[in-house]
Each structure stands twice: as C-alpha cells, then as structure tokens.
Write a protein that binds this ligand. Structure first.
Ligand code: TRP
Length: 450
C-alpha cells in the first residue's frame, strides 16, 4: 500500500486540526466554569505538559515507525511472540464511536449558524427553550444537519491525505485562529476581560475537588486527540526527517492556546453582563447567544463568527476521527478509499440517529440503555473508558514493549529530546502516564473513589 505524505506544515495543521475541536471551544470553557476557574485550568495545564505531551510523542512515534494503519503499525512494531499487540490497534475504532455523537453536535452548530440570522434570544429563558426544543422535539431537523455533517466529513476524507485532509486543514485552521484572535482583540477592549483573566488564572484552591481534578486530567487527554490512533494514523504520513518532539510540542501548544483564548473570549462576554460562568454544557448554546444579544447587530455578527469557528474546529477533528478506520479498511481489506468511507459513514450516521432519538421526547425511552440516553452512554464509554485505555496501551507499548534502544535512537538525538528531557519523558511514559490513566479510568467507572 502506498501512504501519501503530508507536507510539514500540512501535518502540523492536520494534527492541530484534530486536537483543536469542540473540546477546546465548547467543553473546556464550560468545564472551567463548572469547576471553578483558575485551579481547574492549572491542573489542566500541568497534565497537558506532563501526561498529554508525553503520550502525544509516544503516539506519533508508533505512527512514524509503523507507517501504516493502527492495527498494522502495532503488529509490525511488536517483537516476535508479542504480535497480539496488534489488537491494541483497534483503538482506531473508538473514533467511530465518538463520531456517533460528535457529528450530532456539529449538526447543532450548523443549525445555530442558520438560525442566528433570525436574531438572537433576548433572555436565558428563550435561549433555553430554543435549545431544548431542538433537542427534544426537532428530530428531523437534527437528522438533516447530522446528515450534512456526515456528508461533508465523508467528502473530505474520501479525497485522501493530500487533496482532502491536508488541504482543508490548511484553509480551516488559519481561518479559525483568525476568528478567535479577532474576537479576543475585541474582548480585550471590554471591562469583562479583566474579570475573565482573573477567573481563569487566579486559582481558588478551595473550589478544586477530586472530581474537578480527575476531569481536568481526562480533558487534557481528550483535547489532544490521544488514545484512539488519530494522531498515530496521521503520523504514518509524517514527512521524512520531521522532528517528532518539536511537532508534538507545536501541536500541544496550539491546542492549549486555542482553548485558553476561547475561554477568555466567552468569559469576557459573560462577565461584561454579569452572567454566571457555571452553566455547564449549555454555556455556548444558551448563555453565549443570550449575552451576545446585548450587542445588537454586532452581537449577531460575533455569534456568526463564533459558531463558524466552532464548526471549523468540529469538522477538522471529525476528519481525524474517521480516517483511522478508513485507513484500516484500505490496508487490511483492500477496499478503495471511497468504499471504505461510505461503509464507515453509514455506520456512524445510523448510530448517530439513535443518539439523536435518545434525547427526543418521543423516542427517548426506546433509545436508552439502563435508563441512560444512548447519547450519554456513547460519550461516557469513550471519554471514561476507551480513551484512557487507548492511552494506557500506547504508554505501555512505547515504554516497555518497543526495544529501549530503538526508542532511544529515535527520540534521544539532536533533532529530538536532549538527554535530560528524554529521561523525563521516559519516566512520564513508563510511570506517570500509565498510573494516572488507569487511576482516572477506574475512578470514572466508579470502581475506586478519591
Ligand atoms: N480533540 C478533539 C476535541 O478537542 C476531539 C477529538 C478528535 C478526539 N479526535 C480525537 C478525541 C481523537 C480523542 C481522540 O474536540
């Protein structure tokens, strides 16, 4: 099989496009709000630096050495007698599970992009009923926008690494940054900006409980797209002689920066009009539109820009969730790219409809498992179990299974880590990351309590 290669900047944008997603612009701000601001942000930053970055280097290494789909890469790199490691490669399938609800949320964003033209809600009450009405009653509309999202992603992925994935990321990522930094420049001029800054960067330790801590660790992982072979699959197309550590650093840095900027923008607007930051998942869909209505026409324009950035972030991440399995079907079953994309898209499109119905008034009961809506079950399964497990396997594989000499040869040289950094990284990948990930998983599954 012939794997196309990214250009260097193409790879950085694609990997950053994967990392920067709804997690940065929707989830990070609302979690920061719910878990009390500064202390949460600090824990998040520390885990990104010590665990997230280390695992990203490890995941990129497997991809860059394996140069194929996730299953084949593990199989190729595992030493004789340990070929069963190839089953770790099935972490690529997690992306499809994520896509079942991720695509639904992208659909909501599309709906908002359209409905903004009808004006913004002037009270939280109205905003709430708009959102709740969409989720509970407008099944067909949601299916329509979910289908649109599936179609756009399928089209891009079917065009392949170079003329699909690289090309779209080279357009959407800079656009997204331009929008967010533009909004930041405006937010900077508001009185609310100072408050936002204080809220996000002055740690109030009393607000940090064990749940906030675990959530911060988990989110640092989700936001970097780790633990399901997305970064690994992209790294299989890494241009020759590219520094893995430098690239991973740039991608981690961009992802973190964009999350912080998104948070600052949203909280500046919120504080400007004395709104509460702790409103949970509805922060972006309910609080923000309401607040922006205070700005009149300018507010409509801001809302449009904001949801556009959100859509761009979502689409570039979605692509990376689909690509690993597509690559797998091409490599292992000799499917054409187009056929692989169609098969995969149909699967998560269908389950996605189940996720939509599980939130609806009419069908909610039918599409729930153990009393929980399918949507939540899918999200819980990936967030709390499958991603940490994938990350754990990556850390163990690179930390213990790959020959030490090989890892050292690739990562401890003038182009990569200097000696001391290499030691820190190795320590993190052998001890800190696996322990933290297992701990987090058991905690989220309710098996151990903090
Ligand atoms: N990182 C993306 C976000 O922040 C989500 C995502 C995309 C993801 N690809 C992934 C999460 C792979 C885990 C694994 O929204």
């Amino acid at each position: 099989m012939k794997i196309q290669r990214f250009s260097r900047i193409g790879f950085i944008m694609a990997a950053a496009g994967s990392a920067v997603g709804l997690g940065n612009i929707w989830k990070f701000p609302y979690m920061t709000g719910v878990y009390g601001g500064g202390a949460f942000v600090l824990v998040y930053l520390v885990t990104i630096a010590f665990i997230g970055f280390s695992v990203m280097v490890a995941e990129m290494l497997i991809g860059a050495l394996g140069r194929s789909d996730t299953v084949s890469s593990f199989e190729k790199l595992a030493p004789p007698g340990k070929k069963w490691w190839k089953y770790a490669g099935f972490m690529g399938f997690n992306g499809i599970i994520i896509m079942t609800f991720y695509s639904v949320v992208i659909g909501w964003i599309f709906y908002y992009l359209v409905s903004i033209f009808g004006g913004l809600p002037d009270s939280t009450q109205t905003a709430k009923s708009i959102f709740n009405d969409l989720v509970a009653n407008k099944v067909n509309l949601q299916i329509f926008f979910h289908t649109l999202s599936v179609a756009i992603v399928a089209y891009i992925v079917h065009k392949g690494i170079k003329s699909g994935i690289e090309k779209i990321n080279l357009i959407l990522m800079p656009s997204l940054m331009l929008i967010l930094f533009g909004l930041l420049a405006y937010a900077f001029s508001l009185d609310g900006f100072k408050e936002a800054l204080a809220f996000m960067f002055e740690p109030k330790w009393e607000k940090l409980n064990s749940e906030a801590f675990i959530r911060a660790v988990g989110h640092s992982f989700f936001t970097l797209s780790l633990g399901m072979g997305a970064i690994m699959t992209y790294a299989a197309s890494l241009p020759k002689d590219t520094s893995i550590t430098k690239t991973a650093f740039i991608v981690t840095f961009m992802d973190t920066l964009i999350a912080l900027v998104a948070g600052l923008v949203i909280f500046s607007f919120l504080f400007q009009f004395n709104a509460q930051p702790s409103q949970g998942p509805g922060l972006v869909f309910i609080s923000l539109p309401t607040i922006l209505s205070n700005f009149g026409t300018l507010g409509v324009f801001f809302a449009l820009l904001f949801f556009l950035a959100l859509a761009f972030a979502g689409i570039t991440s979605a692509i990376s969730l689909v690509e690993p399995v597509v690559q797998y079907l091409i490599d292992r079953f000799g499917m054409t790219r187009t056929k692989a994309v169609i098969v995969i898209s149909l699967v998560y499109w269908l389950v996605g409809i189940g996720a939509i119905l599980s939130y609806s008034k009419a069908w909610g009961d039918v599409f729930s498992i153990g009393g929980k809506p399918l949507f939540d079950v899918l999200e819980y399964a990936t967030d709390s179990i499958l991603l940490p497990l994938g990350g754990f396997l990556i850390a163990i594989f690179v930390g213990y299974v790959l020959p030490k000499s090989e890892v050292r040869a690739h990562l401890n040289n003038p182009n990569e880590f200097k000696a001391i950094l290499y030691k820190i990284w190795l320590f993190s990948i052998r001890y800190i990351a696996p322990i933290a990930l297992i701990f987090m998983m058991l905690n989220l599954m309710g098996i151990i309590k903090l």
